[in-house]
Design a protein. Structure first.
Length: 277
């Protein structure tokens, strides 16, 4: 008798919960009366006018079909397709993220390989790390004077700490006997770092990178609500101002889907670099 695998059973359970959740959601939203069902008094008092409220799944699905059928249209500054808005957000996230990685990973190597450097820099890291990334936004806008660059700077600030800390921890946790073997083969510090320490610390480093990309995607939505102009965060805020809650719910779901895809990419990379001792 054929039995389902663990992944297949989990997938079926997920689909079942999704269907049940959508049905409950649809049933919980009261249907508005059609114009023909209204009394004359209700028509005169405007009772049949559409009221803003949480949209049912059927409306969200219809909005998703409308938006995803033409995601890259551009009808002006305040009317761009969801694909363009997400593209702006991903550009800002990746720009700030790459800048943070170029600084955090080498600096984390330095801190992880030197106890003196760790003890010297750790107080500054512990003070700066808990500061909310959005708290830097007013200062960035004042100093940089550009909303686009300020949003990228905020992504840089929020991305740097998980990568820095995980890199330092991963490097410091490399087994001493592996480093001693490199010394017996008379490998220099640079070659030891790339051939021994980096492969050994790679799983921990990628874990920090995975955490950073998730935080960066969270922060960019709030940052774009503040700076405006373009991006998925601005799209959410603009649709809220238009009282189009169907578009708001749709954009929230798109934020989740893109975040899931970014996390899945780094999850795949993490499995590639993980090794068994």
């Amino acid at each position: 008798m054929y039995s389902l695998s663990l992944n297949q059973r989990a997938a079926l359970l997920s689909v079942f919960m999704l269907v049940v959740g959508l049905l409950i959601w649809e049933a919980a939203i009261p249907a508005q009366k059609a114009v023909g069902e209204l009394t004359e008094y209700e028509r005169l008092t405007g009772a049949g006018a559409p009221k803003a409220g949480v949209p049912p799944p059927s409306q969200v699905i219809a909005k998703a079909w409308e938006q995803l059928s033409n995601p890259f249209y551009d009808a002006g500054p305040n009317d761009k397709g969801i694909g363009i808005q997400i593209g702006y957000s991903i550009y800002r996230v990746l720009t700030g993220y790459v800048m943070a990685a170029l600084i955090a990973i080498p600096f984390g190597f330095l801190i992880g390989m030197s106890q003196v450097a760790y003890r010297a820099f750790n107080p500054f890291i512990q003070v700066l790390r808990p500061i909310s990334p959005l708290a830097w936004m007013p200062l960035a806008l004042f100093i940089i004077g550009d909303s686009e660059a300020s949003a990228i700077f905020v992504i840089f600030i929020c991305s740097i700490w998980p990568m820095l800390i995980n890199t330092a921890f991963g490097v410091a946790a490399v087994r001493e006997d592996w480093v001693n073997v490199a010394r017996t083969h008379e490998l220099g510090p640079i070659k030891t770092a790339f051939t021994v320490i980096l492969p050994a610390a790679a799983p921990t480093i990628v874990t920090g990178m995975r955490i950073s990309i998730g935080i960066a995607w969270l922060v960019i939505v709030a940052a774009e609500m503040l700076v405006g102009g373009t991006g998925i965060g601005y799209y959410v805020w603009n649709e809220w101002n238009n009282l189009d809650l169907t578009s708001v719910v749709f954009s929230i779901l798109m934020i989740g889907v893109v975040g899931m895809l970014l996390d899945a990419m780094f999850g795949l990379l993490q499995r590639r670099v993980t090794y068994a001792e």
